[in-house]
Write a protein that binds this ligand. Structure first.
Ligand code: ADP
Ligand code: F6P
Length: 478
């Protein structure tokens, strides 16, 4: 029997990946990604259990403890990985929830596997959660878990947080098993979103699709109340500031500048190689500014870190080809021997190396077509305690709601992106400092710990106000 916890996080990924070293030894390693970055400090503080997929296929390792967290791996077979993770999660739901910027693909067998895997996660949570425990389910891969878990364990306080955008009703209605997803989420006591508009979409959808009544942000479901709210996620601001101030990171930042030929302006992009991130349009804006003579190779250099991601999903393969073709085109047209216009890095980095890049960069470009939050934007700002640097930020990133002092742009308007980049490159130091200071102050009070506490306090309140004998969600009509 598994050890039980009073606080359980259920997420698609564990905060670690199992890797095999070149010598054949199997080891655990921290895995990258916004969610892992955000929740690690919260879990160590609570000493809880994290249920998630270890990153491979086949049997899962036995539960173990790592840095004060109980790790409870959930297995996925090769077929489940393809259908639940690559298929339903990342080729259906991901594009649909990001404004369908790529066409969502719908397949019956993917949905069936998504259901099956969600049930497995729910059963694992039911097994490890102590009586009356708090269970916090994360993100779009696990939207059916709250209702499945409530069915198994009505005593639990169940929270759900969606890290990505929640789509408008018309888009959500495209999804073949839309009512089941909505009922899944409604198994929670509290459903959290990055944006207020997303929470509003959700409550309206509950009425539209299931005919449920709501008052404010509270939906009536079978005599229970389900609350919806906005909880914009953030970063470990102190840790990021500390890292950026580390003399080794500072020295490495200088080294990076020197390695790039000490240009006047370093323009940086750091993203997963994902079509929502607007990498292509950013490259295109840079190319056009070089062609217009408004930026010059040697004076300005672009560094694009594009972390490998979801590499077997077709949309991602196509994107990689397009991005690499554009980088080749820019360097071919504008580069000189030993002086490329764009440095393209399809690699993962340590937190230290990323911080050094942030410290070195004069302009950070964050230009997603749609993004739940975008932690990279927040990391960059918190690394610039010197109050230098400029952030060019898409209005369609969740972060834009909080970071109004960035150079905001509409990523669908190429001239607008070029204009924001030029304004950032040409801004006076005093203006840059003023903008940075305001954003930094905000991040110091709105960090990841504050995010988690606010959500968990709201969850406690929502769960305590609920009907003591909740009904199952089965039998709801669509
Ligand atoms: P998403 O969750 O969609 O990937 P975010 O910007 O919210 O986007 O979070 C990305 C996280 O991954 C950030 O914490 C960032 O520091 C980290 N990250 C991005 N690229 C790399 C990389 N090449 N190596 C290591 N970490 C990375
Ligand atoms: O931000 C959305 C998200 O799916 C996170 O849940 C995850 O940590 C990150 O993107 C990376 O994606 P994946 O887990 O598919 O590699």
């Amino acid at each position: 029997m598994a050890e039980r916890s009073s606080f359980v996080v259920v997420a698609n990924r564990l905060p670690v990946d199992e890797v095999t070293t070149p010598g054949g030894e199997r080891q655990w390693r921290t895995s990258p990604g916004g969610l892992v970055t955000a929740l690690h400090p919260v879990l160590t503080e609570h000493g809880g259990t994290w249920i998630g997929w270890a990153g491979g296929t086949g049997d899962a390792p036995d539960p173990f403890e790592l840095e004060g967290i109980r790790i409870h791996p959930v297995p996925l077979s090769a077929e489940e990985l393809e259908r639940y993770y690559e298929g339903q999660s990342n080729a259906t739901i991901w594009p649909l929830y990001h404004d369908a910027v790529e066409t969502p693909v719908y397949k019956r067998r993917w949905r069936e596997t998504y259901r099956l895997v969600n049930q497995r996660f729910a059963e694992a949570a039911a097994e490890v959660a102590d009586d009356g425990a708090t269970v916090w389910v994360q993100d779009y891969q696990l939207q059916l878990v709250p209702a499945m878990l409530r069915e198994l364990r009505p005593d639990l306080k169940i929270g759900f947080f969606l890290h990505i955008p929640f789509p408008p009703i018309e888009l959500f209605m495209q999804m073949p098993f839309r009512a089941e997803v909505l009922r899944g989420l409604l198994g929670s006591d509290l459903v959290g979103f990055q944006q207020r508009l997303a929470a509003q979409n959700f409550v309206r959808l509950a009425r539209h699709l299931l005919g449920l009544r709501y008052e404010g942000q509270s939906i009536q479901v079978d005599g229970r109340k389900v609350k919806a709210g906005a909880f914009p996620i953030s970063i470990d601001t102190k840790e990021m500031e500390r890292l950026a101030a580390d003399p080794k990171v500072q020295a490495r930042a200088k080294e990076i500048r020197a390695e790039l030929g000490d240009p006047k302006t370093i323009i940086l992009g750091v993203d997963r190689l994902d079509y929502t991130k607007g990498i292509e349009l950013r490259l295109k804006a840079f190319r056009e500014l070089l062609a217009d003579g408004k930026l010059k190779v040697g004076d300005a250099v672009m560094v694009q870190v594009a972390t490998p991601s979801r590499e077997r999903v077709e949309h991602y393969q196509t994107l990689r080809v397009k991005v690499e073709r554009e980088v080749g085109r820019i360097n071919g047209e504008f580069g000189r021997v030993g002086v490329p216009a764009v440095h393209y890095l399809h690699q993962s980095y340590s937190k230290q190396e990323l911080a050094a890049m942030y410290v070195a960069a004069d302009v950070m470009m964050v230009t997603p077509l749609r993004d739940g939050m975008n932690l990279v934007a927040k990391e960059y700002v918190s690394c610039r305690a010197d109050t230098g640097g400029a952030l060019v930020l898409s209005e369609f990133a969740g972060a834009a709601t909080e970071m109004r002092q960035a150079f905001l742009c509409n990523p669908h308007d190429p001239d607008g992106v070029k204009d924001a980049l030029l304004r950032a490159v040409g801004a006076e130091q005093s203006e840059l400092k003023r903008r940075m200071r305001v954003m930094q102050r905000h991040l110091r009070t709105h960090d990841v710990a504050q995010w988690a506490h606010t959500f968990l306090d709201a969850l406690k309140e929502a769960a305590e106000g609920r009907d003591p004998e909740p009904h199952s969600l089965d039998g709801q009509s669509t």
